[in-house]
Write a protein that binds this ligand. Structure first.
Ligand SMILES: Nc1ncnc2c1ncn2[C@@H]1O[C@H](COP(=O)(O)OP(=O)(O)OP(=O)(O)O)[C@@H](O)[C@H]1O
Length: 967
């Protein structure tokens, strides 16, 4: 570039090649024109094709330079075989170029728009010194010779444009003209140096040759930037180098130089030589042209290029004196020039083909770009469609998710409904079954009782009637026999008497007759006549005797008949005895069947107990009843809203309506419904309540531990329900007494022992003892795990041998409580009272034995401490009450967990410890939650109901009967 700057004035005298008229025969001018208008020089595609196809062309006799130059480019045609390039263009190069390195570098393509890219490529190529394969990368379109399409086209420095280049010498945009490491220098622009003459005008016209040389660029090595503006020292260095080069050229080749394209082997020279003689000579062989691989690309002329592989290397180009004609050989020079021209033309054409190729490639790229653009549009359309679909799918998915959620919710609701319905149905069914069973059981029991009674009555009546009948019959028969006998005897006596009388009469008659005979005889004499009379009289008398004999005979007959009758009567009496024996036998059979019936009854009793227990188990071993007491007359104004949705006969639900007032003054009404095994309304009576629990009392008689306790706040009716004279305790005792009595005929004998204990501040007091001794006596709870028995030391036990005893017990307990109450205020509401009834039964017939315990517990009021506002002793009492009630809840909760061997915290309170064997798996539990109907007690009522619900939801394991057969 420095060179160009310095020689700018000289270049202005040289007409630019483009201005040279393009006349035939002036190949260099054609070349110049082609350099300026490559497009215009492009052969038609057909021609190129034709050439590529290698069709033979007629050989002209005498070819013009242009024609000959064109031949070089023809595929299949050997490159010009002139002396200059005939297979071995000899060039002397002193440069630090590695031998064997092929340089496809220093792009000097004409279009300035691509110059930066080309320059960069050149720089990369030259700087990296890659091997040939690496340098001819596939990214670039290849020429027919395998060179990169970015291969440099020699830049023609035109005088007219030199100034422009100079102006832009410091600009990177001027780089294409700088052609890093390669400069095309016009001979005309050279300054004579070392005594050389400048070329003459004619020489200039005839030999407007161009020197393609490489600018030495050694200083660049220091900067490492190929585009840096050279310094003054660099410029001078180039001048020296170029001068040396031209010296050499002018000396040896008359300033002509050819382009050297390929260096099979170049050696580097570390230093710039001082004289031409110092320049090492290298002979370079031009590569043989290769066929064009593409029919569209015309094979360019063989080109030679000198390139500087590295900016810090100096390269000198000399002409082999053997290959160029000497200066005086005008013809030879002309040929050389023609050859040079043809080479240049070939290069231009090659460039044109390259351009064509590039354009085609560009078109291809454009079409490819269009395709890609279409594909991109298609893809973007598809993408949009897919996005839309994705959105649709997402919206569908969200709607489906919502639908699924809805369905799940609906399903959950339905499941809940079904479960609730099922539970209700199950409960209904269970209740129905229970009622049915109870009804059947009752009916069976009634029927059994009735049958038994009937059988008994029938049997008794039959036996009695038969006995009476027999006795009557016997009596009647005896009387009849006696009567008949006496009658017959009387008849016999009468007949005998009559016979005796008749005989006597006859005897008297005979004696009278004898006297008469005597008289007659007397008279016979007297009268013979009288004889006749006498004979007649005798005959008459004889008739009478015959008649008497006949009478005697009839009497004897009748006597015999009587005797026969007597015999008959005696035989009838035997039959009656037989009948008696039969009757006795029948009676014995009846007695036996009655005994059998008793046995059956006893078996039925055992069965009844079993069935009864099964019924109780079906009902649940822990049951909760709720009772709402009526409002007293003075409480009428404070009545809470309590509803009983079920029918009164089988009420199981209680609903409490509460009202809450918000800060805004809005009143919200809430309906709190609670369900239990049975709910008794305010109109219910103790008798009605007892009916429900009487079966549990029966269970106690049958040998089970039963615990019935009343829970609720003070004044809710616990004592009224449990311990009043009409309450559960006296009723239970009465029932037990009656049942025990009725069981006596089945062989059962019961012993009933009652004790009454108060748990106050975690202390045990004997309600049947003396209240004065309570402070002195300490009672302890003792358990016998083997027998499952609990005893409290030092408490009085009363044998309940009559139903009236329980009344006296209750009265005594009440008295003791009131005595204690005078000492420590009211006690009933702040202590738990436990009535313990131990029932021991023995069956003398079957040998069975049962031991059951009935615990009737009246719990202390369940007020919360915060509500009661108690302090001091009252607070202590309340704390103890709450603790024991909480322990009761814990025990029931632990039992409800149902874990075998799981810990149940009985010991946490005296109450639960006392009831250990009456709560849990070995017992049946019933809890009464007592409800006050007053609005003022509503919050306590709700608390009590919640506690009761917790207990109600507990299922305690199967109860075990404590029955055993006597040894
Ligand atoms: N079902 C009922 N019918 C009629 N009156 C009742 C009924 N239940 C309770 N009462 C009356 O209510 C009042 C309070 O009852 P009770 O003393 O039994 O309550 P409590 O819960 O035992 O109280 P405390 O815990 O103080 O012992 C008593 O006057 C009682 O007569």
């Amino acid at each position: 570039m420095a060179y160009n700057e310095e020689n700018g004035a000289m270049r202005s005298h040289i007409p630019p090649p483009s201005r040279i008229p393009a006349t035939p025969g002036r190949g260099l001018l054609e070349m110049s024109a082609s350099a300026n208008n490559v497009r215009a020089m492009m052969p038609p595609p057909q021609a190129a094709k034709h050439k590529v196809s290698g069709l033979p062309e007629p050989a002209p006799k005498r070819k013009t330079l242009a024609e000959r130059a064109g031949e070089v480019n023809r595929p299949g045609v050997a490159p010009p075989t002139s002396r200059a390039v005939n297979g071995s263009v000899k060039a002397t190069v002193s440069a630090g170029v590695r031998p064997g390195t092929s340089f496809s570098s220093s792009s000097s393509r004409a279009p300035s728009t691509t110059s930066r890219k080309v320059s960069t490529t050149s720089t990369q190529s030259s700087a990296s010194s890659r091997p040939p394969s690496a340098l001819s990368t596939s990214r670039r379109p290849q020429t027919a010779l395998g060179h990169s399409r970015t291969k440099s086209v020699p830049h023609v420095t035109r005088p007219g444009t030199a100034g422009d280049e100079d102006d832009s010498s410091n600009e990177d945009s001027a780089l294409p003209n700088k052609r890093k490491g390669m400069t095309l220098i016009s001979l005309a622009s050279l300054q004579p140096q070392n005594g050389l003459r400048p070329p003459k005008q004619r020489e200039r016209q005839d030999n407007p040759g161009y020197i393609i040389s490489d600018l030495p660029d050694a200083p660049r090595a220091r900067s490492q930037s190929p585009f840096r503006t050279p310094s003054i020292s660099e410029k001078s260095f180039r001048n020296i180098s170029l001068s040396s080069a031209f010296q050499n050229l002018s000396l040896g080749q008359n300033g002509l130089c050819t382009e050297v394209n390929t260096f099979p082997s170049i050696k580097e020279e570390p230093q710039c030589p001082k004289t031409p003689s110092q320049i090492p000579k290298y002979v370079f062989k031009a590569p043989s042209p290769k066929p064009c691989p593409s029919p569209h690309v015309k094979t360019p002329a063989t080109r030679y290029k000198i390139s500087v592989p590295s900016p810090n290397k100096v390269m000198y180009l000399t002409r082999n004196s053997n290959s160029l004609a000497p200066a005086w050989d005008t013809k030879g020079r002309l040929e050389d020039m023609e050859l040079l021209y043809s080479q240049l033309k070939g290069q231009f054409e090659g460039a044109a083909y390259e351009r064509t190729g590039l354009e085609e490639a560009l078109a291809l790229h454009k079409s490819r770009l269009n395709e890609l653009e279409q594909a991109r549009l298609q893809l973007s359309t598809t993408n949009q469609t897919l996005s839309m679909e994705l959105l649709d799918v997402k919206s569908q998915l969200s709607s489906k998710t919502v639908a699924l959620d809805d369905a799940t919710r609906v399903h959950t609701f339905e499941m809940d409904d079904i479960r609730r319905k099922h539970r209700n149905e199950m409960e209904d069914f269970r209740d129905q079954q229970r009622r049915e069973f109870e009804r059947l059981h009752r009916e069976a029991r009634d029927e059994s009782d009735r049958l038994r009674k009937e059988a008994q009555e029938n049997l008794d009546a039959l036996s009695k009637s038969k006995k009476e009948e027999l006795q009557d019959l016997e009596r009647a028969l005896k009387a009849e026999v006696e009567e008949e006998r006496s009658k017959r005897l009387r008849e016999v006596q009468e007949l005998t008497t009559q016979f005796a009388l008749q005989r006597q009469t006859a005897d008297l008659d005979v004696s009278q007759k004898d006297r008469e005979i005597q008289t007659a005889r007397n008279e016979l004499s007297e009268t013979q006549g009288n004889l006749d009379r006498a004979n007649a009289l005798i005959a008459n008398l004889q008739d009478k005797l015959a008649e008497a004999s006949a009478n005697t005979m009839s009497l004897e007959t009748s006597m015999r008949a009587m005797k026969a009758k007597i015999d008959f009567l005696e035989s009838d009496n035997q039959q009656q005895s037989q009948a008696f024996a039969d009757l006795n036998q029948k009676m014995q059979d009846a007695v036996d069947s009655a005994a059998e019936a008793y046995d059956k009854l006893r078996a039925e009793e055992t069965l009844r107990r079993k069935l009864h227990n099964q019924v109780q188990e079906l009902k649940g071993n822990i049951r909760v009843f709720c009772r709402v007491r009526p409002t007293l007359s003075e409480e009428a104004d404070d009545r809470a809203k309590i509803a009983f949705p079920d029918s009164e006969a089988d009420c199981k639900e209680v609903a409490i309506q509460t009202e809450q007032k918000s800060a805004m003054g809005t009143v919200t009404t809430a309906n709190n419904a609670f369900a239990f095994d049975r709910v008794f309304g305010p109109r219910s009576q103790n008798g009605e309540v007892f009916e429900e629990i009487s079966q549990l009392v029966q269970s106690a008689l049958d040998g089970y531990n039963v615990c019935i306790f009343c829970y609720g706040q003070t004044g809710s009716g616990k004592t009224y329900t449990m311990s009043s004279l009409d309450g559960m305790i006296p009723r239970a005792v009465n029932q037990i007494y009656e049942t025990a009595k009725s069981l006596e005929e089945k062989g059962w004998t019961y012993k009933m022992e009652g004790s009454f204990i108060e748990v106050y501040n975690e202390m045990l007091n004997d309600l049947l003892g003396k209240a004065e001794d309570w402070e002195k006596k300490k009672h302890e709870i003792r358990h016998d795990p083997a027998k499952g028995k609990t005893t409290v030391t030092g408490v009085a036990t009363v044998e309940l041998d009559s139903p009236g005893r329980v009344t006296s017990i209750l009265e005594k307990a009440s008295r003791n409580r009131s005595v204690a109450a005078t000492m420590a205020n009211s006690r009933s509401s702040r202590s738990h009272s436990v009535f313990i009834l131990k029932l021991t039964g023995e069956n003398s017939i079957t040998g069975e034995r049962s031991e059951g315990t009935l615990n009737l517990v009246d719990l202390a009021g369940s007020e919360r401490l915060s509500h009661s506002g108690a302090t001091g002793d009252r607070m202590k009492e309340t704390q103890h009450i709450n603790k024991s009630l909480s322990c009761l809840g814990d025990v029931i909760g632990a039992l409800g967990q149902g874990k075998d061997g799981g810990h149940v915290p009985y010991r946490n309170s005296k109450l639960t410890y006392l009831l250990q064997y009456s709560l849990g798996g070995n017992s049946k539990t019933l809890m009464f939650v007592m409800i006050s109907p007053l609005q003022a007690h509503l919050s306590e009522t709700i608390t009590s109901l919640k506690f009761a619900t917790k207990v109600h939801n507990t299922h305690i394991g199967t109860a075990k009967r404590q029955a055993k057969v006597k040894d």
